[in-house]
Design a protein around this ligand. Structure first.
Ligand SMILES: CC(C)(COP(=O)(O)OP(=O)(O)OC[C@H]1O[C@@H](n2cnc3c(N)ncnc32)[C@H](O)[C@@H]1OP(=O)(O)O)[C@@H](O)C(=O)NCCC(=O)NCCS
Length: 208
């Protein structure tokens, strides 16, 4: 009897993203974040393809693709300084604490591969890169209700920095438009001449 063939374990490889990968990487990210963006206040990025393309040309950004054969199964992006004028991170926070952070701007593994070690490999790669570049910390932002990602990071010794959280308070609303109102019944409009003359009050007769 023929032996059942066992598929060899897939091999994952990392390389720097090329310009020709931009479309595929963008489609990959849209796929990964589709459901997550339906649940989070803040974009977990990317915001637009144009911005994603711009980043390719920016200095100080590393964009890494992780592939099994020729399929993208993971994407990681990091930078060594606070990038972009829409960034809310205050670099002095880190300077004052003598931290040299490496910012993880993006970490995503394909849904079909989640739970198979792609994320762990990506973090290991980023830790390696951070060490080689002389950084002291990995820093990232994650939505509190992205529970999968949060527990993934916590298990890997990421801890919470002093960071803002989204607060909301419900405002009791009154409708802007007034409620319906009864109008007087339709009748002949009173003309001014028709108006009843006010009756003179009779003077009470005096008795004497
Ligand atoms: C967070 C994320 C990068 C982790 O990647 P991953 O490839 O699933 O990582 P791993 O396989 O190495 O580890 C996943 C962990 O979840 C567990 N797991 C089990 N089944 C799982 C499943 N179906 N899906 C996800 N995780 C699963 C794994 O056992 C592992 O547990 P561990 O933390 O005890 O090791 C990935 O879930 C992801 O891309 N999420 C969507 C994008 C996102 O939220 N990115 C972070 C934004 S800041």
């Amino acid at each position: 009897m023929a032996e059942p063939t066992v598929e060899p374990a897939p091999e994952i490889r990392v390389r720097r993203m090329h310009r020709r990968d931009i479309n595929r990487a963008w489609e990959f990210l849209k796929r990964v974040f589709r459901d997550i963006h339906a649940e989070t206040v803040e974009y977990q990025r990317p915001r637009s393809k144009a911005r994603f393309e711009e980043q390719y040309d920016e200095e100080g950004v590393e964009q890494l693709v992780f592939e099994v054969k020729s399929d993208i199964v993971g994407y990681a992006e990091c930078s060594f300084e606070v990038l972009g004028d829409d960034n809310w991170i205050n670099p002095r926070y880190f300077d004052n604490r003598e931290m040299r952070p490496m910012f993880i701007e993006e970490l995503a593994s394909h849904p079909d591969y989640q739970g198979r070690g792609v994320g762990s490999f990506m973090i290991e790669q980023l830790m390696h890169l951070a060490r080689v570049r002389g950084c002291t910390h990995l820093v990232l932002e994650v939505a509190e209700n992205n529970e999968n990602a949060l527990s993934f990071y916590r298990k890997r010794q990421f801890y919470k920095l002093d960071a803002s959280i989204f607060l909301a308070k419900k405002i009791p609303v009154e409708p802007e438009l007034l409620p319906p109102r009864k109008l007087p019944r339709r009748g002949r409009p009173a003309a001014s001449g028709d108006r009843e003359k006010p009756k003179r009050e009779k003077k009470p007769k005096s008795d004497g």
